[in-house]
Design a protein. Structure first.
Length: 221
């Protein structure tokens, strides 16, 4: 357990110490949302109609930014070989690395998501549902993205391969998260999409570390 905690702290330090940490991700998230009015027009009703869906789509794109180097840095300097050969199980190591990545990048995105949605015209009363949905969607996206990053290890165009692998799997969190917000906004039952989103996030957290471990062993094998 102490090794996993040390690894968690190391990953947090690396995430914050390279190029401004989550500030780049947050800037991309806000910038992507700010461009939307230029595409669909600044009319408030039109923006409000697409606010939640656009906020979650921007969240999906922002979640991709920090994931390419999740395992690649250790792969290049030989640290991944040590993680495979010694210490805790590789699936636990992978889960800790991804959880640290989400803490450094995904959690700030979730906290900012109500502000981004409000920029697009969403009502402030939706902020708690938007934040909760963004936390769950961000967890699912980060763990799925971690699996994609592990599968892309050693590829010549790993970033492109990562996008191809994970973007289709990002669709359910975007749909369920924005669906929960829209249902709450219209006074409809909103617990069901949120529960489905929770189940999707939990499945991602349980299953993807196994895929990451297998991909890492294959990359160093």
């Amino acid at each position: 357990m102490s090794r996993l905690l040390s690894l968690f702290r190391r990953e947090l330090t690396l995430a914050w110490g390279r190029g401004g940490g989550p500030l780049n991700t947050l800037a991309f998230y806000v910038g992507t949302a700010a461009l939307l009015p230029l595409a669909v027009g600044a009319e408030p009703r039109r923006l409000a109609a697409v606010a939640s869906g656009s906020a979650f789509a921007a969240l999906a794109l922002a979640s991709l930014l920090a994931l390419e180097r999740l395992f690649e840095r250790d792969f290049e300097d030989g640290g991944l070989d040590l993680l495979v050969l010694a210490g805790p199980s590789l699936s636990a190591v992978s889960a800790v690395k991804v959880l640290a990545q989400w803490t450094a990048n995904g959690l700030p995105l979730a906290l900012v998501s109500p502000v981004v949605a409000a920029m697009l015209g969403a009502a402030w009363r939706l902020a708690p549902v938007i934040a909760l949905s963004s936390v769950l969607a961000g967890l699912a996206m980060t763990f799925i993205g971690g699996a994609g990053a592990a599968l892309a290890l050693g590829a010549r165009r790993g970033g492109l391969l990562l996008v191809v692998i994970v973007l289709p799997l990002y669709a359910p969190p975007v749909i369920l998260g924005s669906g929960a917000v829209e249902a709450f906004s219209n006074g409809l039952p909103w617990a069901s999409p949120l529960l489905f989103l929770s189940a999707y996030a939990l499945a991602a957290m349980v299953l993807t570390p196994l895929a990451m471990a297998a991909a890492c062993r294959n990359a160093v094998g």
